[in-house]
Ligand binder design. Structure first.
Ligand code: FAD
Ligand code: UDP
Length: 398
């Protein structure tokens, strides 16, 4: 008899499996309907021997020392700060929009102070910032909004930014300095040997069994267990009882090229051209040296694997109904990006999973010590969107 059946071997499922097995002595069965562990963060060496991320670029960043230190138990790190260029008006310019973006785009030579004045002169003040359009237009005005955000967002979400919560485009800040990093978190790094190796280390415990190519519905009546932890889509769990929760999908087109370097940055965003949103060259992320290089194009799709919850008021309403049902379902715990319908980054999912582990411990005979209890997910959300903190992680980076 297993204590827990864990559905999904991504961050949510793997963190809980690891904690429950190693800290609470529980017997755990993890199943995933895919043929591999790691969920959307899965990486592997392709036929040419280049390390690639099957489900699009995954860059680890967090302000949470707890989360970083927790994951550091399972991997060493490689320092990596992510940089992205956007193809706009025939030029490649830094995104997030910063001082250099404006100077390059308009052939100017503004200072940081002058660019602040420039933004103020073009910004459209708003009484309330509700939508993804409001966030950008109120900061940098309509022209830059149209060049960088409007069409990218329409392509990615098949929706106008005015129909999406502000949280979507608010992920991308605006800067008046020359900082061209995509993220400013205290901890920014890639697992030295890749994400999958890190997941292998997490799941390597005698109390953990892993079943791949297995939908939980195939085994739930056959294999006995006491409680379930579910990290798949919440609407599917309840057979779409209240209708389908919208999740946005992507099609990934992977290519390997016979050249050492293909493009001048890890990621190039194409807001206004092509059917794809961005192109990623993996060797920038992984630091791998190889005579060939592998890239991936992301084509947004309505149908396919669910990758993104779609943050907008009507979907939040629908999710609320599923959440009530989830809360009223005994012995099943919902966690992760799909099961809690949150546009979470990896670190936020780790924090959420650690918080669930702490909550499970409160009801039972084991009591996680403070060091095992990471920030509440909400706190992690706030951390992830704020500027750098005075982190002083002991954990070493390579
Ligand atoms: P998942 O990784 O989706 O894992 C859920 C697992 O459950 C899946 O493996 C699925 O197969 C399995 N499952 C579902 N239903 C069933 C079932 N019925 N039976 C059995 N198994 C089932 N985050 C970052 O921090 N940085 C990034 O740069 C970043 N880039 C991203 C890029 C893309 C294109 C995408 C889509 C996401 C990105 N993310 C990034 C977010 C990151 O992928 C997620 O936060 C994280 O992987 C979520 O983990 P999870 O365990 O909640 O879900
Ligand atoms: N976005 C945009 N133009 C860009 C980059 C981002 O309009 O060049 C918007 C778009 O709506 C996107 C959102 O900001 O979905 C969040 O961007 P992020 O890069 O965080 O997306 P993710 O990596 O999660 O796909």
């Amino acid at each position: 008899m297993f204590d827990y059946l864990i559905v999904g071997a991504g961050f949510a499922g793997s963190v809980l499996a690891e904690r429950l097995a190693s800290q609470a002595g529980k017997k755990v069965l993890v199943c995933d309907r895919r043929s591999h562990i790691g969920g959307n963060a899965y990486d592997h060496y392709n036929d040419a021997g280049v390390l690639v991320h099957r489900y699009g670029p995954h860059i680890f960043h967090t302000n949470s020392r707890d989360v970083f230190e927790y994951l550091s138990t399972f991997t060493e790190w490689r320092r990596y700060e992510h940089r992205v260029l956007a193809s706009v008006d025939g030029q490649l310019v830094p995104i997030p929009i910063n001082l250099d973006t404006i100077n390059k785009l308009y052939s100017l030579n503004l200072t940081a102070f002058q660019v602040e004045e420039f933004f103020a002169s073009v910004a459209e003040p708003k009484d309330s910032i509700r939508t993804s359009e409001d966030v950008v237009v109120s900061k940098v005005g309509r022209e830059l909004y149209e060049k960088f955000f409007r069409n990218y967002t329409r392509k990615q979400w098949d929706m106008d930014p005015s129909e999406l919560d502000r949280s979507v485009t608010a992920r991308v800040p605006t800067r008046t300095n020359r900082d061209d990093r995509y993220f400013t978190d205290t901890y920014q790094a890639m697992p030295l040997h890749g994400f999958t190796r890190m997941f292998e280390a997490m799941l390597d415990h005698p109390n953990i069994k892993v079943m791949l190519n297995t939908d939980y519905r195939e085994i739930q009546q056959v294999i006995p267990f006491k409680e379930m932890i579910y990290s798949g889509p919440v609407d599917e769990f309840f057979d779409l009882r209240f209708g389908k929760l919208p999740y946005r999908s992507l099609q990934f087109k992977h290519e390997t090229l016979n050249e050492n370097v293909h493009q001048p940055a890890a990621v190039i965003n194409y807001p206004n051209e092509h059917l794809y949103t961005r192109v990623t060259e993996f060797k920038y992320l992984t630091g791998q040296e190889h005579p060939k290089t592998s890239i991936v194009y992301e084509y947004p799709k309505a149908e396919g694997d669910p990758y993104y919850p779609v943050p907008r008021p009507e979907n939040a309403e629908l999710y609320k109904k599923y959440k009530e049902l989830a809360d009223a379902t005994p012995n099943v715990h919902f966690v992760g990006r799909l099961a809690t319908y949150k546009y979470y980054n990896m670190d936020q999912v780790v924090a959420q999973a650690l918080a669930l582990f702490a909550k499970l411990g409160e009801r039972q005979t084991w009591h996680p010590t403070e060091s095992q209890v990471a920030a509440e997910p909400e706190k992690a959300v706030a951390l992830s969107t704020s500027g750098p903190q005075n982190g002083n992680g002991k954990t070493s980076l390579n």
